[in-house]
Design a protein around this ligand. Structure first.
Ligand code: FAD
Length: 289
């Protein structure tokens, strides 16, 4: 893989919008802890089919107004253009400069006929550029291990290129535990002339059964040797956490040494698991690699 280091490295943390005031209070503490590491930005997810529209908006503004630039995720499936452009205007007005643009998935139980006016993420990227010009930096999703609904790895890659051609500025990957899949993906992108930072999405390992279920759904592979080790710990969360931190730290080291242009942590609204990796990597001064 050619190093992606001509791009400035950036480090970010992702949250989901809490459902309760208690959850929001906890997130504020997590945010304060993570903000001390001076990440480049936070991001806040958007529920399937827009189910968290107001909560995402509220969480983004609460985080953004307190100093760290915050990027809302925005998905287009099931939405109409007018509701999306209204959101874009609200974000622009409040000084938001970065958006994570996604197709998203329909909530379970909603028929596939309910796609809405924009079918794929490349349609959303095009709408954002058409409506807001160059105001937003647009992040899109990338899948080193191939999106689960893609007809083939090559088709998925060409679909990824459509988002880039529509105006994306950078990409964040689905999480993976096999650095080789990322290096291979970046190589294939380079061969297609895709030239934008592709930042690895990093999932700390804290709970094996939840991780296994989620990975099955989103098409992320847990290599056998990691699975076997995690299974052997049963309910011993302490050992799972220690092993997980070690494995993910090593992978991040490998990624950064080979020129990955930063890391994006899926925090699941917990500070400690991501911080343990961050601190192991010595990222506080961000020049360790
Ligand atoms: P797309 O890029 O549109 O791809 C979806 C599928 O359609 C792929 O199989 C692709 O190959 C195919 N495809 C794409 N374009 C075309 C085309 N023009 N013609 C034909 N086929 C096409 N989900 C949420 O609900 N909320 C979130 O906040 C959220 N945040 C995420 C953040 C990151 C970094 C990542 C990696 C994923 C996130 N997701 C989120 C999950 C994401 O919404 C799902 O993976 C979803 O199934 C695909 O979204 P996408 O933007 O990658 O879709």
């Amino acid at each position: 893989m050619e190093s992606q280091l001509p791009f400035k490295r950036r480090f970010s943390f992702e949250f989901f919008p809490p459902k309760t005031e208690n959850g929001m209070e906890k997130l504020r503490e997590v945010r304060d802890t993570l903000a001390r590491r001076k990440p480049d930005f936070f991001s806040v997810t958007y529920g399937a089919g827009g189910t968290t529209r107001e909560r995402t908006l509220d969480t983004v503004f609460q985080l953004h107004d307190l100093g760290i630039s915050t990027a809302p995720h925005l998905s287009c499936i099931g939405a109409d253009r007018a509701s999306i452009t209204e959101l874009l205007d609200q974000y622009k007005e409040r000084g938001i400069q970065r958006i994570v643009a996604l197709r998203g998935d329909l909530p379970s139980g909603v028929g596939v006929g309910a796609h809405g006016e924009l079918r794929y993420a490349n349609d959303l990227v095009a709408l954002i550029r058409q409506h807001s010009g160059d105001h937003f930096q647009i992040e899109v999703a990338a899948y080193p291990e191939t999106h689960p609904q893609a007809s083939s790895a090559q088709a998925d890659l060409l679909n990824f290129k459509k988002k880039v051609d529509a105006g994306a500025t950078s990409a964040i990957t689905q999480y993976f535990f096999n650095a080789e899949s990322y290096f291979y993906f970046v190589d294939r992108c380079e061969k297609l002339g895709i030239n934008l930072p592709i930042v690895p999405g990093i999932m700390p390992i804290t709970n094996y059964s939840k991780l296994a279920r989620f990975s099955e759904m989103c098409g992320a592979e847990i290599p056998r040797w990691i699975r076997k080790q995690l299974e052997s710990y049963g309910d011993d969360l302490d050992s799972i956490g220690k092993f997980g931190t070690d494995v993910v730290t090593r992978m991040c080291e490998q990624l950064l040494k080979s020129g990955a242009p930063g890391l994006h942590f899926y925090t699941l609204n917990q500070a400690e698991p991501s911080l343990a990796i961050w601190d192991n990597l010595g990222l506080t001064d961000k020049i360790a690699f």
